[in-house]
Design a protein around this ligand. Structure first.
Ligand SMILES: C[N+](C)(C)CCCC[C@H](N)C(=O)O
Ligand SMILES: O=C(O)CCC(=O)C(=O)O
Ligand SMILES: [Fe+2]
Length: 405
């Protein structure tokens, strides 16, 4: 990187003695007082104390924020990236008031604040997390005494909504209490945070154990922990449940933080963790009844991680809906089962199980990319309503409040 062959074109400059900081994405990148930069053969290097960041020249030209290259009203790029010479290099460079100023062949000038560069450097992103989360087992969640949110304030007060979103982001579950016990009110409460994702089960659904659909959810049987719609190419982002009535026994809801379990697996056996994120498998939903014909298929790994920072962003775990395994070479199948077993054992540890009885008025939102749900078997009439919500829209709502999501 700092190979002697690299021609140092720009002078090594010292930034004036001050500290730059900027908050964005709920995340602060601080540059020390003496950040320096130099132009290497193939990239610009900024050094800040022991930290080095590298910026490709095409990248720098592409990210010019001048009025002709970037529309700051729409936050869209106007510059045609294909018009940039792939061999482009700045003609001259300077540091002025915490800004890097580059002049390109032809005279175009680009300015970048050093803190913006630091925040958007690969070196920073690869150690930062995209989303701050508190991984939990039953004790951790219960001891956190997460503040409760009630229907009236939730519907009228943005601060209450923000509090709810923060809980949801941190724990992957959040509740609203005192909601009127109707499907309509349940729909209204969901419209504060996101958009309904309509599926074959309907927009809003309300069901009892009447076997109206070809799936065990529509029975009185216990359901082991799982994520829903694993048979979609993109599983639904959020699961909403509201138990409108239950005259009988049992029927408690089981919640397990899938990321807590997966992180335990990562610590214990990195190889097994890797196998579960590298190998795609199939999930299927086949329904063939008089009223419903469906054949859904979703292909993807059990664990999904961002490649630049190895952060988990989705778990797809449903042993009921997991389909034929035919995507794993025979010499790897055994290892895959071992890894899957190890994850299952972690998910099944009693201390990781959070049991809640959903009562009329209590609406739960579950991050279906992170937290697994299940239920205890039950007797009597139990009516559950709810819907799926889109993930993009709840995250967007959170970001609009300045939350890191
Ligand atoms: C929630 N609701 C009752 C509508 C649908 C249930 C879907 C059940 C399916 N086995 C899955 O896990 O995706
Ligand atoms: O009946 C329940 O509490 C949940 C059933 C279930 O897993 C589902 O509907 O997705
Ligand atoms: Fe489910």
């Amino acid at each position: 990187m700092l190979n002697a062959l690299h021609r140092v074109v720009g002078p090594v400059l010292r930034q004036a003695a001050r500290t730059e900081s900027r908050i964005s994405r709920g995340h602060m990148v601080q540059l020390r007082t003496a950040a320096t930069f130099r132009l290497l053969e193939d990239c610009l290097e900024i050094s800040d104390g022991g930290k080095r960041m590298h910026f490709n020249y095409v990248w720098l030209r592409d990210h010019c924020r001048s009025a002709s290259c970037f529309n700051s009203a729409t936050h869209q790029r106007s510059l045609d990236t294909a018009s940039i010479e792939l061999t482009v290099r700045p003609q001259s460079s300077a540091l002025e008031h915490g800004q890097l100023v580059l002049t390109w062949p032809g005279g175009h000038v680009s300015k970048y604040s050093l803190s913006w560069l630091a925040e958007n450097s690969y070196e920073e992103r690869k150690t930062a997390s995209e989303q701050h989360r508190i991984l939990w087992n039953a004790d951790i969640y219960q001891n956190a005494n997460v503040s409760t949110v009630k229907w009236d304030k939730f519907m009228s007060c943005d601060n209450e909504l923000k509090k709810f979103l923060q809980n949801y982001l941190l724990y992957g579950i959040a509740f609203v209490d005192d909601v009127p016990t109707t499907v309509e009110a349940t729909e209204k409460v969901t419209q504060r945070v996101s958009l309904i994702r309509e599926t074959t089960y309907g927009r809003m659904w309300s069901f009892t154990s009447d076997f109206s659909r070809g799936d065990t959810a529509y029975s009185q049987l216990a359901l082991d922990r799982h994520t829903d719609t694993s048979y979609f190419q993109e599983p639904c982002g959020i699961q909403v449940f509201h138990c409108l009535r239950h005259e009988g026994t049992g029927g408690r809801t089981l919640l397990v933080d899938g990321f807590h379990a997966a992180e335990k697996l990562r610590q214990r056996s990195h190889q097994n963790f890797e196998l579960l994120f590298q190998i795609p498998i199939r999930h299927e939903y086949i329904e063939n009844t008089d009223n419903h014909k469906n054949h859904m298929m979703g292909i993807g790994p059990v664990l999904n991680v961002y490649p630049w920072n190895n952060e988990l962003y989705m778990i797809r775990y449903n042993n009921y809906d997991r389909s034929v395994i035919n995507t794993i070479p025979h010499e790897t199948v055994q290892r895959w089962y071992v890894a899957h077993r190890e994850l299952t054992e972690e998910l099944r540890r009693p201390e990781n199980e959070l049991w809640v009885k959903l009562i009329p008025g209590k609406v739960i939102f579950i991050d279906n990319w992170r937290v697994l749900h299940g239920r205890e078997s039950f007797t009597g009439l139990r009516q559950l309503c709810g819907c799926y919500l889109t993930r993009d829209d709840i995250l967007s709502a959170a970001r609009c409040f300045g939350l890191q999501a």
